[in-house]
Each structure stands twice: as C-alpha cells, then as structure tokens.
Design a protein around this ligand. Structure first.
Ligand SMILES: Cc1cc2nc3c(=O)[nH]c(=O)nc-3n(C[C@H](O)[C@H](O)[C@H](O)COP(=O)(O)OP(=O)(O)OC[C@H]3O[C@@H](n4cnc5c(N)ncnc54)[C@H](O)[C@@H]3O)c2cc1C
Length: 556
C-alpha cells in the first residue's frame, strides 16, 4: 500500500527544499514527502492523487505566494482532501493573518519561518497533527475502481467481465452514490472526462475511458496472446470440459493452451450454486469451481488466453491451425472443441435494446446485490433459472419466475423445486411469457402474455433475467467439422453412416469416441451432439478425451 502523502507548497525553492528535507528526515519512513513550488500545480497533483485513491495526511503551504496565497490554496485543497491536516508557513509579520485563517478557513496550525531547530518548532506540533489524522484514517481501497451507472450496458459488461475473471474491483455507481461526498470529490477530480463512462481507475494512476473488457484485460495482466505458435494440444473453450482436458493433458506432458472468449469457467462459472457435483456435499459456486480449476491448470503449465475468441480453423497436413479474433494464428497437433452452448436469445420487442440495462441473459451474479428490495423477474423453468431465483431471493424483495408451462416438474431437478417451494419470496407465474419490454434508458415495464387467458398484462419491472435454453455457436467450424442440424458437433460412432467413415476421413481406424470427422480434432462437453448437459459429464469427457489424444499423437 502506498504511504500517505505530506505535501508542502512554497514558491521559494530554497525554503521548499529545506522543508522537504526536514519532513523527509523525520517522517520519510512512514510518509511520502512531495513538494511543489506552485499552488496551481499542487492542486493538479492533489487531483491526480485523488484519482489514484492515495491518502494525503498533511498539506503545508506558504502564506505569501503569487496568484494564490496559502490560505486560498488550503481552502481549495480541502475540497479535494477534506480529512488532510492543513498548516500554514508564515513570516512573523503575517501572524495575525494566520490566526484569522485558523478561525475562518479551518486551518489546523501555523508555523513561523524559520522553524530551526525543527526538533523544537516543527516536529512536536506536526506529530500532534499526524497523530490526530491517524486516529481517523481509514486506508483507501487499493484496487481497481469502476465508475459507471447501473443501467448502462457497457458498465454491466465490464463489471460482469471483471467478476467472471475474478479481478477484484470497487464499483462506484455515480447515480446512486451521487450524494456521497467522496464520490463527489472523485467526480470533480475527473472533471469533463467523467462523461466517457465507464471509467476505470487503476492504482498506478492510469485511467481508461469508455473501457471495453479487452482493454482492461491487457491492463490487469490477463493474457490474450499466445507465447509460442505451436502447441501439442489447443483447447477452444474454458468451461469445465475444456479445463478438465487441459489439466489432464498438461499433467501428462502435453504443451497445452486454452483459448477462452469470455472468462474461464464457462456456463458453470455463472452458476450461483452447483449442488450435484461430486465431492462438494454442501455445493459450491460456479465461480469457485472455475477458480480452483484455473489454478490447477496453471500449476501444470497450461497457458490460458482470455478473453480471446477463435474465429476459424483450417488443416494443413498434421497441423490444425486456429485463427483468433485479433488475426493471430496458432497451430497444434490435437485440437479440442469445448465451446459449450450460449444462451438462446429472446425475440420480444425491446429486448435487444435494453440488454444490459435491466434485461440480462444468464446468472446475473453481478447484478444480484443491485436488486436489493426490488422485484426480480426470472424467465425460464430449468435448473439454471431455479438456481438464479434462489440466489436473487436472498437480496430481492420478491422473485417472480415466468414459466411457459404450468409447473416446474417437467424441467427442473426435484431438489431445486423443493428449495423454491420452501422460499416464501419466490412466486411462480405459470402460462406466462414475455411479449414486450418497455423503457427509455432502462427497463421499466414488461408485457406478459398469459397463454391460458390469452391476455397481456403490463407490470412494472426493473430487472429480468432470461434462462430460456442454450444453443451451440459453431459457425467457426464451417466446412471443416461436421455438425447436426442444430449445430452440435458429431463425434465417434455418430459419424459412421452404414458403417462407412465420414467423407475425407482417410484413415483405416474408426474415429475415436470423442473425435470428429477430422482426425485429431475432438469435441467434448455441451457442444457435442448427444452430450449430457452437466458439469460432471463435461469434466468426464474432457478427461477421457486426453487418452484418445495420446493415441492420436502417437501416430502423427
Ligand atoms: C446458470 C447455470 C447453472 C448450471 N447449474 C448446473 C448444476 O448445478 N449442475 C450441473 O451439473 N450443471 C449445471 N449447469 C450446466 C453446466 O454448467 C454445463 O453443462 C457445463 O458448463 C458445460 O461445460 P462445457 O465446458 O461443455 O461448456 P461451457 O461451460 O458452456 O463452456 C464453454 C466455453 O467456451 C467458450 N467459447 C465459446 N465459443 C468460443 C470461441 N469461438 N472461442 C473461444 N471460446 C469460446 C465460452 O465462452 C465458454 O466459456 C448450469 C448451467 C448454467 C448456465
């Protein structure tokens, strides 16, 4: 943590050097001593310190300076750092001005020049002032701060990205905390730049405006570029299946890379509580599972590129070559497709426009706290919707689940149905689907079509979370890897038609169990045709596939 600052301001450079020297020799071990020879420059400096969330313990200013006197400076400086102690340096002739400044301008002390010996005239009163300051000092948050508004899509995407990548940050909603004095001071220090939201402030003083996740990723040290151009095994998708394959592959000596377009953890990372994964009797959050898996993979030397998207694949002899969204290419001998499924979009008017501003797809773990005391609508009746409803019920006043059918029994596991039944603030609205969503800058109302009465009801709403199933996005495999008519990748026996190998196969043997129609390209987890859509089965497939990869590599 950076040391708190002692700032001295004097236009006379000799005096400035002398005061800096004395402050440093007595307090340098615990404080950073900074000097400035102009009050204007010192005010700019204070603004920079505010943006970095640094602390200022003391501001010491000479009274007689051109353009702005010491009292004027301290009054301005106090608006930026009100908790810092303020002292004047004065000549004997200015004593009465200094005394009235103490009364009128909340100056804490004045020192007469010269202050020799400092052990007598400077340090004892300064010790008192600094002791006083320390008594009320709370060290400032030292991580990344994100300023934005709750209803901004960009702010939401950025927060979601940071949360899913487990980058700690402090969220400052400039609307809801507009009356908080510290937020006001921060906003003033940003000045006109505040309009370019979301703003990300880093502890080193760097600011990013209208920041996109990829920019922030670079800055927080997430790796998006490969270290080398060739790998034994490249895995596209960092969900449970991809992570499991990486752990087994790397632990068995394969040089392995994972390319993940959002955040390691995949869909599972969005789950607020997974209760059916073996070995965790009281459940664990998807975020925690992802965190553990990432650490485990990294321990074995797996390189994780995230956020980075694979946009196409091609083959050249034994090489499988992947192209990334930024144009970079990497090649590998064995390729694993573990891209899972993504949320199906809801096609009601207004949904796309208000996405991220009250309309959300998926877990919404980032948003749960913001829904405190509100009514939250959850669309869908499968396990993922049930988990989300349970999570929101801890914060929201009421959670309403909109179900197309008449009950949860056909779509949800019994353990979740039981939990929902036992939670008084979760309410089921059956035969209901979203017909339209309304709102100018953010969601304000929803129109719900009730299929039993054929009526449309319009109700106030500030947040809806949509869980209406998912589909694979596998267009990037076009022309190379065979898929079924819904886009799920075909593997192993599913590729054999009348006992015939797939077109262009060219090998004597049949495709391995999890191998696609291209030798050396495998598919595991939810993206695979016929897969069981569960964390454990994805992990199982990812682990098993590595055995086939070894067999494949032994013949390349
Ligand atoms: C909210 C929720 C709760 C759930 N709860 C449970 C539960 O309690 N128990 C259970 O067993 N299962 C649960 N599931 C299901 C489970 O999470 C999935 O079955 C599992 O995550 C599938 O793993 P996967 O690795 O195959 O794919 P995914 O988890 O979908 O991961 C695929 C990854 O690939 C990435 N990707 C996609 N395309 C590209 C590309 N072109 N380039 C780079 N990366 C790409 C995606 O960003 C994603 O991170 C839940 C799912 C959800 C959404």
């Amino acid at each position: 943590m950076p040391k708190p600052v002692l700032l001295s301001v004097d236009d006379d450079r000799d005096v400035l050097r002398a005061i800096e020297r004395d402050l440093r020799s007595q307090y340098g071990a615990d404080y950073r001593v900074i000097g400035s020879d102009s009050p204007e420059a010192a005010l700019d400096l204070l603004k920079q310190l505010k943006l970095r969330n640094d602390s200022v313990a003391l501001m010491l200013a000479d009274q007689r300076m051109p353009n702005m006197d010491g009292v004027g400076f301290l009054q301005e400086a106090m608006r930026i750092f009100p908790e810092a102690k303020r002292a004047l340096l004065t000549a004997y002739a200015d004593t009465s001005a200094a005394i009235s400044a103490i009364n009128e301008a909340s100056i804490n002390y004045f020192f007469l020049k010269p202050w020799d010996p400092p052990t007598e005239h400077l340090y004892p009163p300064l010790d008192d002032l600094l002791d006083d300051w320390k008594a009320t000092y709370h060290p400032a948050f030292q991580g990344i701060r994100v300023l934005g508004t709750r209803w901004s899509r960009k702010s939401y995407e950025l927060r979601d990205f940071l949360a899913r990548n487990r980058v700690p940050y402090q969220w400052i909603d400039i609307e809801t905390s507009a009356n908080d004095p510290e937020t006001k001071r921060l906003m003033e220090a940003l000045g006109p730049e505040l309009h370019n939201l979301p703003v990300v402030l880093f502890p080193d003083g760097t600011k990013l405006f209208e920041s996109a996740p990829s920019e922030v990723a670079q800055k927080v040290g997430l790796r998006t570029r490969a270290q080398t151009s060739f790998y034994d095994l490249a895995i596209v998708g960092g969900g449970p299946a991809g992570l499991a394959a990486a752990v087994y592959g790397a632990s068995e000596g394969l040089k392995t890379v994972i390319i993940e377009k959002e955040a390691p953890g995949g869909q599972a990372g969005m789950s607020s509580r997974i209760e059916n994964y073996l070995g965790f009797p009281s459940g664990l959050s998807g975020g925690e599972l992802a965190r553990r898996a990432v650490v485990q993979a990294q321990r074995f030397g797996v390189e994780i590129l995230s956020p980075q998207e694979v946009v196409s694949v091609r083959t050249e002899g034994p090489y499988r070559i992947l192209k990334m969204a930024d144009g970079e290419e990497i090649s590998c001998h064995a390729l694993m497709v573990a891209t899972g499924v993504q949320w199906r979009r809801l096609g009601a008017p207004g949904i796309d426009r208000l996405q991220g501003s009250g309309v959300y797809y998926g877990g919404g773990t980032t948003e749960a706290l913001s829904c405190k005391g509100e009514i939250v609508y959850v669309v869908g009746g499968a396990n993922s919707a049930g988990q989300a409803a349970m999570n929101f019920s801890k914060y929201a006043d009421r959670v309403v689940m909109l179900l197309r059918g008449d009950s949860l029994s056909a779509t949800m596991s019994q353990y979740l149905i039981d939990q929902i039944k036992a939670t008084p603030n979760i309410q089921l609205w059956s035969h209901a689907s979203i017909a339209e969503v309304h709102g100018d800058t953010h969601l304000e109302e929803i129109s719900v079509l009730c299929s039993d009465t054929k009526k449309v009801e319009r109700v106030p709403a500030s947040s809806i979370f949509i869980f209406i199933g998912a589909e694979p996005r596998t267009d990037w495999l076009d022309g190379i890897v065979e898929r079924d008519d819904r886009g799920f990748v075909l593997t192993g026996p599913d590729l054999l038609r009348n006992g015939e190998h797939p077109k262009g196969w060219g090998l004597e043997r049949d495709p391995f169990l999890l191998e696609t129609n291209v030798p050396g390209i495998f598919a595991v987890g939810d993206v695979r045709h016929g897969s069981v859509k569960r964390v454990a089965s994805g992990v199982g497939e990812g682990s098993v596939a590595v055995q086939f990869i070894h067999q494949y590599l032994s013949k390349v």
